[in-house]
Design a protein around this ligand. Sequence first.
Ligand code: ATP
Length: 486
Amino acid sequence: MSTQQDIFQSIISHAKEYGFVFPSSEIYDGLSAVYDYGPYGSELKKNIRDHWWKSMTQMHENIVGIDAAIFMHPTVWKASGHVDNFSDPMIDNRDSQKRYRVDHLLESYAEKLAAEGKEEEREALLKQMDQLLVAEDFAGLKQLIESNKITCAVSGTSNWTDIRQFNLMFSTQVGSVAEESDTIYLRPETAQGIFVNFLNVQKTARLKVPFGIAQTGKAFRNEIVARQFIFRMREFEQMEMQFFVRPGTQMEWYRYWKEARLQWHLGLGISPEKYRFHDHAKLAHYADAAVDIEYEFPFGFKEVEGIHSRTDFDLKSHEKFSKKKLQYFDNDLDENGKPFGNYIPYVVETSIGLDRMFLLLLSNSYEEETINKEDGTTDSRTVMHLPVKLAPIKLAVFPLTKKDGLPEIARELMNECKPYFKCFYEEKDAIGKRYRRQDAIGTPFCITIDHQTKEDNTVTIRYRDSMLQERILLDKVKSLVEEAIM
Ligand code: ATP
């Protein structure tokens, strides 16, 4: 029996072997918590991004997109609270010099308790941790680590330093002369690009509250404990949407987006049992409610997306720091027949990590399958059951042999289909081998052109998940794939 940890290691190896994800600068032994996406990975990532973008900006008439720069005026991060507050409590082990995020250290210990069947102790520990984090009681947190005799995984000792705050923003210099240059930050979230453009967008797109602004793009965090492959990276991509609402209606919209976002995940055919909501006990400095959508990764339930009711904190603060009005004029009438007038809208945010969603899909799709054959023997294959619309390649086209005019027919089919979806052509190796290679990258449909094709214009279609094969008309292939990816 493979453990979940073994499966996770297999997924990481598979992702590398089949061109999904490579360690960054691998020839120099990699760079911790930074990864590159390969030929199939970059397709899958783009498909996830496009699907999210479409579900936000095309399926909602009141949501528009923007593409803001990564570099922003340094005061943005003062106003947003990131300079003062974007930090995690850390603790170092004096013997190994290894640094841990306090919540991660305690959570790992809690998982250990759960594995030993001590569910109540686990619950109690996590509850206590939440209370101490909310109170920012660092001495209490250290006491909690010590009283549970939690040790460092490397040194095995509990020789801990005091707990300190550590800011996660990366900074760099703009300007050529070091002494005169300004410090600017690499954005730790994409949201602020939306807030500072709020009025530009509202006016130019002529939007009325409630409306949303969506954006995808890179974000950077100096994560101290980088682990679990692309789950926690230092450079990653976010897909965020800020929904601007009338003050007082934020809870209604918070509940709406919480449900809508879960439905987006389930709409990809992923089992509801793999998901759960986790309400935040310790709210970020800007939020009046927050929930995580968690997915059961091979290493346990973890956050993939956050829904936050961010109040009017950000716009209000940017108004204060920039001394520019960031208000909206609402000419709808209230129950007394008076216009709502000027106000700073409240904001409900949905924020999902593109890389985490990618890892979710790899984890959910990966299967090492044993196949029982008709003659009583068994065979095996590795298959990625990716949602059809997100698969890197939608259709693979194989001429059975390299001669007798079969490649020509296959090429014609390629030319017919490739303007509409991503196709792949191959004439090398036995058909079975070609099928297996497509299974490994998640291609939902393979077409084989054989001698019968020349006689009756039919081809063999082979389905990835069921491995069933049937003959269909060559002319039907394009529409069959198009319907499946809609
Ligand atoms: P965590 O608690 O895991 O550090 P967070 O609560 O700080 O995450 P948010 O600030 O809410 O995360 O960011 C929104 C989303 O961005 C997260 O749900 C996650 O999918 C993604 N994300 C955040 N940090 C990282 C990271 N270091 N690497 C990859 N994705 C990330």
